[in-house]
Every structure is written in structure tokens, then in C-alpha cells.
Design a protein around this ligand. Structure first.
Ligand SMILES: C[S@@+](CC[C@H](N)C(=O)[O-])C[C@H]1O[C@@H](n2cnc3c(N)ncnc32)[C@H](O)[C@@H]1O
Length: 278
């Protein structure tokens, strides 16, 4: 399961090389998250930190929508921060390589924390969210997305089923892509760290492939990113073609109008500091 340390190494590098396709996979989720972020943003000038900004899509959307905001995107992966710098430069946006907890402390007070799927990788999530609370302005808000349960995220469940594996992630994982799938668990983590959060479930189409051969595009994507990439890598070369064939069949079942889209589900959390609750 992906953890913080993986992002500074090979997984971060692969995401950096694949950032356009990972952005594409989240493209139907992004407007829903970005709208929630804008609803939570203060009326006047403010400072925002994008936790685990990756290639910077969420930071860039916020800085573009709110020129009066100072937006800082932070990520553990130097490769992903380099990818973020490829986007058009904005005077109110900058990116830093490093741990989000350290970044928050160094730029405090933070008025708005945001994240698209970047908060599920802390070794100790309560300590991390508590550190964000410590570095927060009194009326700070925290808005982030995370995956809902794996069986609702068919790009993971279908592909693992095609490999003969269970569709549900092991319960109780502290970190990893599905670690915040249970909203009661996430609410408890936030509460223990001094945040009061509410979650909204959203459905979106996870686009894995498109173009002249959308299935081949999707298979190439899944060879590098997602739940079967590691399995393929660890499989002897002789056995890989059969696995890739199974992945291609699963993608073909999701091919519609020239694109491979898997049904997916996420939670969008919006939280306030408990100490500022009425
Ligand atoms: C699933 S990716 C999401 C990236 C980006 N937000 C997006 O939507 O494309 C998770 C990101 O969180 C980053 N990350 C994980 N733990 C982190 C930490 N403690 N501090 C900063 N970044 C972190 C990883 O390096 C990775 O880029």
C-alpha cells in the first residue's frame, strides 16, 4: 500500500511522468472539489496550502479563481513539483518540495487547507491533522477529497477482480489510497485532531483511456499507475501477457464513445476547527 516514503521515490517519479494522465483520471472529480473549495474560501484575501499538491491542478485552479489568495502547493515528490512548475506561472502561486506538516508550520497562519487525494498517506493522520490545526488561523477551513470504498471505485475493483483478487481493501489501513474510505473513521480522526468535518459523497467517471486506441491507452496507464501496476511489476515476464490481457478485457468492458471510463466515488470533506465551532 502506498505510503509517504513511496512518494519521494519511484511512485512519485512515475506520477510525475504520468501527470497528464493522472490529471485526466481526476478531471471529472476536479470541478466538484474545486467548487467545494471556493465555497469554503474566505471572502477577503487569504493564504491557502494545498497538501500533497502533486502536479498542482488544485493549487492552480484556486490561484486562478482567487487572485487575492496566496496559494502554496507542497509535495514530497520533487518530480511532481517540477511537473507543477510546467503549468502557466501565476504571481499568487508557488510550489515547494517537502512535508506538508513542515510547510504548514513555516507559513502559518493558514486560512484554508485544500487537497485532492493528498491527505491519506500520513503515518500518523491524527498527529498530521493536529499539526495543521496548530498552524491554522482561528477561522481556518480544511477541504479535501479522498476515495470512497474500493468496491465503488471500479478501476480498482474490476482490475483486482480480473486478477482473481478481492474487491475490498483490507480494513484498518492507516495510510494508502483507501485509508479514508470509511467516513466514520475519517470523522473520528479529524475530531481527535481538533477538526469538525462533514463529508459529501460524489460520483465521477475515472477516465483511464482515450484517443485512437482507448483500451491500449488505458492498459498503458494501468501498467504504471494504480492497483495492478505493482502486481504486474512483481510478476515474472512470462506471466505478464496473460495479466495484461485480463486488464485489457476489463477496460474493454468500460469502453464507451471512444473512452475508457470507470465508475468511481469519492468523499469531499469540509472541516472547521473544533475550537471555533459555535
Ligand atoms: C494521490 S497523489 C495526489 C496528487 C495531487 N493532489 C493530484 O490530485 O493529482 C498524493 C500526493 O500526496 C503527496 N504526499 C503524500 N504525503 C505527503 C506529505 N506528508 N507531505 C506532502 N505531500 C505528501 C504525494 O507525494 C502525492 O503527490
Amino acid at each position: 500500500m502506498t505510503q509517504a516514503a513511496d512518494w519521494t521515490g519511484r511512485i512519485g517519479d512515475v506520477w510525475a511522468q504520468e501527470w497528464r494522465r493522472t490529471d485526466r483520471s481526476f478531471a471529472a472529480l476536479a470541478p466538484q472539489l474545486d467548487a467545494a473549495i471556493l465555497r469554503a474560501a474566505p471572502a477577503g484575501p487569504f493564504r491557502a496550502l494545498d497538501i500533497g499538491c502533486g502536479a498542482g491542478a488544485t493549487s492552480h485552479a484556486l490561484a486562478t479563481a482567487r487572485f487575492d489568495a496566496e496559494v502554496i502547493g507542497v509535495d514530497l515528490s520533487a518530480g511532481l513539483v517540477a511537473a507543477a512548475q510546467v503549468r502557466p506561472r501565476l504571481a499568487n502561486l508557488r510550489f515547494v518540495v517537502g512535508d506538508a506538516i513542515v510547510a504548514a508550520a513555516s507559513i502559518q497562519p493558514v486560512d484554508l487547507y485544500v487537497s485532492r487525494h493528498g491527505v491519506m498517506f500520513f503515518d500518523d493522520p491524527v498527529a498530521a491533522f493536529a499539526a495543521f490545526a496548530d498552524a491554522a488561523a482561528p477561522d481556518a477551513r480544511l477541504v479535501f477529497s479522498c476515495f470512497a470504498e474500493r468496491r465503488a471505485n471500479r478501476f480498482a475493483a474490476d482490475l483486482l477482480a480480473a486478477m482473481g483478487m478481492d474487491g475490498e481493501a483490507p480494513a484498518g489501513a492507516t495510510s494508502g489510497p483507501f485509508a479514508f474510505a470509511d467516513p466514520a473513521h475519517t470523522a473520528a480522526l479529524l475530531a481527535a485532531a481538533g477538526w469538525h468535518g462533514k463529508a459529501t459523497r460524489v460520483a465521477f467517471a475515472y477516465r483511464a483511456g482515450e484517443g485512437t486506441d482507448a483500451v491500449a491507452d488505458a492498459v498503458a496507464f494501468f501498467r504504471r499507475i494504480g492497483p495492478v501496476a505493482g502486481l504486474l511489476r512483481d510478476t515474472p515476464a512470462a506471466d505478464r501477457p496473460a495479466m495484461e490481457h485480463a486488464v485489457a478485457e476489463a477496460c474493454t468492458r468500460r469502453l464507451h464513445a471512444g473512452a475508457v471510463d470507470f465508475p468511481a466515488a469519492a468523499w469531499i470533506w469540509s472541516a472547521t476547527l473544533s475550537r471555533s465551532a459555535p
